[in-house]
Design a protein around this ligand. Structure first.
Ligand code: SF4
Ligand code: SF4
Length: 307
């Protein structure tokens, strides 16, 4: 059994304040390893200002490359490529790496064996030191995919770091939405902590991501951000949590301290104020959730709803 809880902060969609809340938690956590799994748009590093201890290439997927010396310009590869990735320029052929889907057909059928199929550099990932402890994070090359695979790489390494450091918490900033990266983010998590916005569409987005968590039997806790902008919708979240057995952790009011802290490169909980005290309270509630339920050892509702 792991010696740490793996908490993945998620949102049904972008723009709910997920990363700001995650950074605020990172500042409050003691003995935590932090991992930025939002690999398509990573921005936790803006607040955490990491100093890399080690950096690695992330290779993923193969791309066709034509050897111009061996090519006899027969044009078969261009005809065979159903993605339109082989371009002809002044009688010679080359592959548009952004359009190449890596199917390998051109390489297999080129009569001159003039096409190589190397692994492509999709990005880099690092293990870094920050003022809050270790951060595992990555940067994808723009336009590159395989973000689900990169999430797996980061999680594996972050878990190793958490074990090595004897951390009690692995705090992950998950991907927004419900696609492949968020499913990869959630796999093996102890708890999904959803940061949601109080709107009708926010409620709908949350229900979709909560459905994904249910499939993987991952308990869900909910924080409504900017709750005072729509108290009625915030109340709907509270009722939904009570109905579905999610833990309602609390509401954060709209507070300009959030963007101000971000501009200064700080987590909002590095300063004191009413909003910061509310987040501390939410963090304490999160830590107090029933560990047996988190490990799936108790039957019935996964978590007792908190008042
Ligand atoms: S199929 Fe091979 S030889 Fe023909 S154009 Fe393409 S790379 Fe060149
Ligand atoms: S590997 Fe597939 S997608 Fe890429 S250029 Fe060749 S045929 Fe087209």
């Amino acid at each position: 059994m792991r010696g740490f809880r793996e908490i993945v902060v998620i949102s049904g969609k972008g723009g709910t304040g997920k990363t700001s809340v995650c950074a605020a938690f990172a500042a409050l956590a003691r003995k935590a390893v932090v991992c930025d799994l939002d690999v398509d748009v990573p921005d936790l590093h803006i607040v955490l200002s990491p100093t890399p201890r080690e950096t690695h290439d992330f290779l993923g997927g193969n791309k066709a490359v034509i050897d111009q010396q061996a090519c006899v310009q027969c044009g078969q590869c261009r005809e065979l490529c159903r993605f339109g990735a082989v371009l002809e320029r002044d009688g010679s052929f080359e592959v548009d790496t952004l359009a190449c889907e890596g199917c390998g057909v051109c390489q297999t059928l080129c009569p001159q064996q003039a096409i190589a199929f190397p692994e492509a550099l999709c990005g880099t990932w690092s293990v870094s030191a920050t003022r809050f402890g270790t951060l595992v994070h990555a940067q994808l090359v723009p336009g590159q995919e395989n973000s689900g695979k990169l999430v797996q790489v980061l999680k594996t390494r972050a878990r190793e770091e958490a074990e090595k450091e004897g951390a009690s918490i692995l705090l992950c900033d998950g991907s927004p939405g419900i696609g492949c990266p968020v499913i990869a983010s959630l796999s093996g998590a102890s708890l999904a902590c959803a940061v949601v916005e109080p709107t009708l569409s926010g409620l709908h987005d949350f229900q979709r991501v909560a459905g994904v968590c249910r499939q993987f039997r991952i308990p869900v806790a909910v924080i409504v951000n900017r709750a005072d902008l729509n108290p009625e919708a915030a109340g709907e979240f509270r009722k939904l949590c009570s109905r579905e057995g999610h833990a309602f952790l609390g509401e954060i009011p709209f507070d300009p301290a959030f963007p101000q802290a971000c501009v200064q490169g700080l987590a909002v909980t590095e300063r004191d104020g009413p909003c910061q005290r509310r987040i501390r309270q939410i963090w304490d509630r999160l830590l107090a959730l029933d560990p047996a339920a988190l490990r799936g050892q108790r039957q019935g509702p996964l978590l007792k709803p908190l008042s």
